[in-house]
Design a protein around this ligand. Sequence first.
Ligand code: GLP
Length: 241
Amino acid sequence: MNIIIVKDYEEMSRKAAHLFVAQILNKPNSVLGLATGSTPMGLYKELIRFFNEGMISFQSATAFNLDEYVGLEKEHPQSYWRFMQENFFTKVDLPVERQFIPSGVAEDIAAESYNYDKNITSKGGIDLQVLGIGRNGHIGFNEPDLKFEARTHVVKLDEQTIEDNARFFDDISMVPTLAISMGVKTIMQSRSIILLASGKEKGEAIKKMLSGNITPELPASVLQLHPSVTAIIDLAAASML
Ligand code: GLP
């Protein structure tokens, strides 16, 4: 794993954006794996700036998001679909028919999961996947468990994840308890991965991710087995290393 320690959130976002720009310039029809949460927002801002300056175009790219809450309609203010519209998709030229996010309201969620992976494969697999990390070490919504879930699947969210994400909802009781998430194999099949972490509350998860133990109890630790991961970590998130 290539570990880059940077000063702060802004530098993390800029570095990540440069890797994305390089990917797009090198392969305009890249398949991008995208993430939600506070962490990648700065990356999206930088990419939008590069797009507005005419440096890059997403016209030929395809995007697959990691996850979605089960039970939230697309238009729900806290759905990840809505997050991506507001923070990225409506601000760049990535064609709407190539913006993929799993549906949290599909009637047959097992079929939705199966088809999501199939769709990723049919587009040639993910070239570059961006990941944040949960305080409990989750990636996407792969929560700590006794086993890794390989494929896109429905997951029961951890109490800690529900608490962490409650800040976006009016009340903690409004936070969905289930999500649909790419699995560990889906993520690990990406050709390259960028993991971003900022803030001291991520310190413990980063320390465990890099500790050497590869365990589903700290899902991000599996990234140690991937041949091309760049972890961009700010000083606060790296404070326990
Ligand atoms: C969320 C998402 C993850 C994200 C993580 C951290 O619940 N499912 O993809 O990486 O938790 O979020 P944040 O970046 O807001 O700290």
